[in-house]
Design a protein around this ligand. Structure first.
Ligand SMILES: C[S@@+](CC[C@H](N)C(=O)[O-])C[C@H]1O[C@@H](n2cnc3c(N)ncnc32)[C@H](O)[C@@H]1O
Length: 306
């Protein structure tokens, strides 16, 4: 039995080098806009002093939030030193004076009340004790400070994404029979230690999906108040996962720049359709992506300020 935290550490160390390319992460207007849109939707303020991202990876959320003007002082932590090094390199390229420290989200290396805003993107579902980590995130917030979690998979949204991935795979196999040469070669044994680690651990790192109402309850128990959950990406999620499945299976060189623009433009259209139309009558739990906002209370439960 592989220890889940050890698996996460080794997997993300191995993933760090190619992570931005694999997930189309960039630090240009496309990704700044993605992050800004979510921050404007969830956060009551447009600027925060000391901001920490936990499970920062290569810096997608924090560095784009910084570029969007929400962050005065950027701090980053991650279990994986490989990810932190990639994040530091991205920050240096952007001219962002980042303070990075290796750390486990379940035992953060910061004093109580250190930050005005704590954010986390696509990391909570990797933590064995995610409920305990929520209490840690609250602990390092100053009183009245804000918590923003985004990019976490909902339980039902994840099942729907699974259907989209299987349908896209079946479509690819059918297309290959009609027009051979579309698919890439069958997988060969891993050529490097990095590839071996990624393949071995791929199924051991995603530990949770979330029911929105249960996560609200967990945040509440962690001492976070004024908790609000939103979700997005239903049609956009189905489309996005189908696109990723096709990109992973296609013959190298088959999909060019025009495909990338086709995928991005249509994903944006569907994202707006989800927000403006589907979100009016489809339950939150069916959308793929979960976002949570909350605050650390101004006074402790015994009524004292500190
Ligand atoms: C899916 S990546 C997301 C990275 C980044 N936030 C983003 O959105 O691109 C998950 C990140 O969580 C980190 N992680 C996993 N378990 C962790 C833990 N216990 N404490 C801190 N970080 C952890 C991984 O090393 C990885 O960088």
């Amino acid at each position: 039995m592989i220890d889940a935290k050890e698996a996460n550490l080794r997997y993300h160390d191995a993933a760090a080098r190619d992570y931005d390319a694999k997930w189309s992460i960039s630090f240009d207007e496309r990704c700044i806009e993605y992050v800004r849109e979510r921050a404007e939707r969830m956060l009551p303020r447009r600027r925060y002093g000391r901001v920490l991202e936990v499970g920062v990876g290569t810096g997608f959320f924090l560095l784009n939030l910084w570029q969007a003007g929400f962050v005065e002082e950027a701090h980053a932590t991650d279990l994986s030193l490989g990810m932190l090094a990639a994040c530091q390199a991205n920050a240096d390229r952007l001219g962002c004076p980042l303070r990075a420290a290796a750390g486990d989200a379940e035992r953060l290396p910061y004093a109580d009340g250190s930050f005005d805003l704590v954010v986390g993107h696509a990391f909570l579902h990797h933590l064995p004790d995610y409920a305990g980590a929520l209490a840690e995130l609250a602990r390092v917030l100053r009183r009245g400070g804000a918590l923003l979690i985004a990019g976490e998979p909902t339980r039902l949204g994840d099942r729907i994404a699974g259907v989209a991935k299987r349908a896209a795979s079946a479509g690819m196999r059918l297309a290959e029979r009609l027009r051979p040469g579309l698919l890439g070669p069958d997988p060969t044994p891993p050529a490097t230690d990095q590839e071996r680690t990624l393949r071995e651990l791929e199924w051991h790192v995603d530990l949770h999906t979330f029911e929105p109402s249960e996560l609200v309850r967990d945040a509440d128990r962690a001492g976070v108040i004024d908790v609000r959950v939103e979700t997005d990406e239903l049609a956009a999620g189905v489309f996005g996962w189908a696109v990723r499945t096709i990109e992973a299976g296609a013959r190298p060189g088959l999909l060019d720049e025009r495909w990338a623009w086709f995928a991005y433009r249509n994903w944006r259209r569907l994202y707006r359709f989800d927000r403006n139309v589907l979100s009016r009558f489809v339950p939150k739990r069916a959308f793929y992506n979960l976002l949570l906002y909350g605050e650390r209370p101004l006074t402790s439960t015994d009524g004292s300020h500190c």
